[in-house]
Write a protein that binds this ligand. Structure first.
Ligand code: HEM
Ligand SMILES: *[C@@H]1O[C@H](CO)[C@@H](O)[C@H](O)[C@H]1NC(C)=O
Ligand SMILES: *[C@@H]1O[C@H](CO)[C@@H](O)[C@H](O)[C@H]1NC(C)=O
Ligand SMILES: *[C@@H]1O[C@H](CO)[C@@H](O)[C@H](O)[C@H]1NC(C)=O
Ligand SMILES: *[C@@H]1O[C@H](CO)[C@@H](O)[C@H](O)[C@H]1NC(C)=O
Ligand SMILES: *[C@@H]1O[C@H](CO)[C@@H](O)[C@H](O)[C@H]1NC(C)=O
Ligand SMILES: *[C@@H]1O[C@H](CO)[C@@H](O)[C@H](O)[C@H]1NC(C)=O
Length: 353
């Protein structure tokens, strides 16, 4: 009779992981995730990708967009994971690998240099890369798509394995590489279509895919969109590919150079079955992408333990200090700071009082 409540307490204690302030990793990442505008948003990084077409590292006429660069950076960091060996994945090793031919383009140094000021003893570069995907997919969608976000990634101190698929890579090598990273054929097709709904293939960097005719005064890097809504995270890339409309799946499907049609080889590798499935609806496409992208972001070395999913904290102390003072009122304790209250659900423009 007396045992019962004790057992219940033990069970409850084990099945709920309640947020307890302070938790420095959680507090920092939650701050970057939630305080994007308004109160306490001084360092928010969403401005770099607002609007979604914005390029934060240079001239808007270059034909580049930061939100898409962030997503591609995460893919290149993830792609060399070896889940059986427990190595690679989201560990920011991409920072040591930017001079490799498989990592052509300005996306990686652009992104990492923008993230660098946010990295501190609690927030790793690898967590910033993951958070940037959550943020870019959120900003480039309406209603906002929210990929669940965990923290705790650990940065590599040296370069990792080679093997990011390139436009020239044959289909079997590509599928083998993704399989090593834990993604089977439908997963690979899905994840690639989810990535290639944003952004461009550029003549600068990929002249073998996109010809010089893409270069114009407003698009000096010669970026060609994957789909007709370059800045919307939507199923259109799939539909345009299947229907042969708009961008028809983009340059990696349509390039005159057959050798570099990597998306065409991938999408047709199961006779378009996965692409036809994804075309079912925007809602289905988004739900598949959320799941695949969360798996990509959570592919980490076996030595890394990720935190619980970071959800907005409804009532959160901000910059709380407890000071001992001695002045004309005599010795006393001063408790100062703010309490942040989320007044609306996070996905509906959370505001603070
Ligand atoms: C077989 C696999 C893949 C190949 C061969 C491939 C190749 C490429 C190439 C050549 C570009 C053009 C980059 C540039 O010109 O700046 C590109 C862009 C891009 N890729 Fe992939 N990709 C693959 C899979 C993925 C995956 C799985 C994702 C993310 C989940 C992804 C996300 C992106 C994004 C967002 C862009 C646009 C970048 C920008 O506009 O700056 N890709 N990809
Ligand atoms: C909390 O402290 C940080 C670091 O000093 C500062 O940047 C931020 O503006 C403070 N927030 C508020 C609401 O005062
Ligand atoms: C951006 O580049 C265009 C030409 O491509 C140039 O006319 C313009 O002055 C540049 N803007 C800035 C802010 O550098
Ligand atoms: C990226 O930056 C690093 C460090 O500054 C540098 O060593 C590397 O060459 C750069 N990579 C590219 C492609 O510019
Ligand atoms: C087609 O792409 C391959 C692989 O990048 C390259 O070697 C070849 O020169 C390209 N052909 C043309 C006509 O650009
Ligand atoms: C897959 O769809 C593309 C685009 O409609 C088409 O060109 C191709 O022939 C199809 N391939 C297969 C094997 O179904
Ligand atoms: C969220 O904010 C945007 C931009 O200010 C606005 O267009 C939209 O209607 C808001 N959504 C809600 C649910 O208030």
């Amino acid at each position: 009779m007396i045992l019962l409540p004790i057992i219940l307490i033990l069970l409850t204690g084990q099945s709920h992981s309640t947020y307890v302030w302070p938790n420095y990793l959680y507090d920092e990442l939650e701050h970057l995730l939630v305080d994007q505008e308004g109160f306490n948003s001084g360092a928010y990084f969403k401005r770099a990708i607002t609007p979604c077409t914005h390029y934060v590292n240079g001239n808007q006429t270059l034909g580049r967009m930061t939100a898409a660069q962030w997503l591609r950076t995460a893919f290149h960091d993830f792609a060399t994971a070896d889940v059986a060996a427990g190595t690679g994945g989201m560990d920011a090793s991409i920072g040591w690998e930017t001079d490799r031919p498989e990592n052509v383009g300005s996306a990686f140094n652009d992104s990492l240099s923008f993230f660098a000021p946010f990295v501190n003893q609690y927030v790793s570069m690898a967590d910033m890369i993951a958070l940037s995907v959550v943020t870019s997919v959120g900003v480039c969608s309406s209603p906002n798509i929210h990929i669940p976000f965990r923290g705790g990634r650990v940065d590599a101190s040296e370069a990792g394995a080679f093997g990011v698929p390139e436009p020239e890579t044959d289909i079997q090598t590509t599928l083998n590489q993704f399989a090593q990273a834990g993604f089977n054929q439908p997963d690979t097709i899905g994840l690639t279509a989810c990535g290639h709904t944003l952004g461009n293939v550029h003549h600068a960097g990929f002249p073998q895919v996109v010809g010089p005719e893409a270069v114009t005064p407003d698009n000096t890097g010669g970026g060609i969109h994957f789909d007709s809504t370059v800045d919307v995270f939507d199923v259109l890339v799939v539909n345009e590919y299947l229907e042969g409309t708009g961008q028809r799946g983009g340059p990696l499907v349509t390039s005159d150079n057959v050798t570099v049609r990597s998306d065409f080889r991938l999408y047709t590798s199961d006779n378009n079955l996965t692409m036809k499935g994804l075309s079912n609806s925007q809602e289905y496409f988004v739900s598949e992408c959320i799941s695949l992208m969360a798996r990509m972001l959570n592919t980490v070395p076996s030595s890394t333990t990720l935190s619980a999913v970071i959800d907005p904290v409804d009532v959160k102390p901000v910059n709380i200090t407890l000071d001992f003072m001695e002045d004309e009122y005599g010795p006393h304790i001063v408790f100062a700071g703010y309490i942040r209250l989320l007044s609306t659900a996070f996905t509906e423009n959370a505001t603070v009082k």
